[in-house]
Design a protein around this ligand. Structure first.
Ligand SMILES: [Fe+2]
Length: 223
């Protein structure tokens, strides 16, 4: 007899928050009105690219509600991670993806969390994909009976209206070409700790311990 267990070491969290329809319907209208006033003379978007606003949407009244919901969602994520550090939205902007428009794979440097809220998607413009951050893991890629999280190297997530998705800012993600007949509208954001430069980035070891082994890691006690 043997006792076999599987532990998932260093998992990558992906938070999915679906707001109630009575919350997101009026909020999405506000967002669209706000975007109309911000982008008075909309430029032509070249094929394969996306139109992005400035990154200070949290300053505008029309985006107050989504800004508040981003804040509560981030708080929930940090609570889950048992992080009590104050955070701030370092950037919040809209992406407008016309037909054929894509967001090529990218990360959001110099932030801790990133996320996106979907104000308008449709069939054919309702996916976001995430790539395995461990490129060495797919060097050997045998056939599998069924796709699963242990052997796959890309995950596609439904981007439906009223949904907010959050993830570590280092996680590579992208958006496939809009194959619907309408614009796709999303609100992206970045989250960082204001105390990072002054406090968090300092070494975690005590300078009073002269011969302590050099380590700046956070250790968990899973095993
Ligand atoms: Fe992004």
């Amino acid at each position: 007899m043997s006792n076999s267990k599987i532990h998932n070491l260093f998992p990558t969290p992906l938070w999915i928050v679906d707001f109630e329809e009575e919350v997101f319907t009026p909020m999405n209208q506000e967002i669209e009105v706000g975007l109309e006033s911000l982008i008075e003379h909309r430029p032509t978007v070249p094929p394969g690219s996306t139109l992005q606003t400035d990154t200070d949407l949290y300053e505008f009244e029309e985006f107050a509600e989504i800004t508040a919901l981003i804040g509560t969602s981030v708080k929930g994520a940090l609570d889950f991670l048992e992080i009590e550090e104050p955070f701030e939205i370092t950037g919040c902007w809209a992406n407008i993806n016309p037909i054929g428009s894509v967001n090529t794979p990218h990360t959001h440097p110099n932030n801790y969390l990133s996320g996106v809220y979907y104000a308008r998607t449709d069939e054919g413009s309702d996916r976001i994909f995430f790539s395995d951050p461990r490129p060495q893991a797919s060097i050997i890629s045998p056939p599998v009976k069924e796709d699963n999280i242990y052997t796959g190297n890309e995950v596609s997530v439904e981007a439906k209206i009223g949904r907010l998705i959050m993830f570590p800012a280092w996680l590579t993600h992208g958006v496939p070409a809009n194959q619907s007949g309408k614009d796709r509208i999303s609100i992206s954001f970045n989250i960082m700790f204001p105390s990072f430069g002054g406090q968090i980035s300092k070494p975690k070891w005590s300078p009073s311990l002269k011969f302590r082994p050099h380590s700046n890691n956070n250790k968990s006690k899973l095993l």
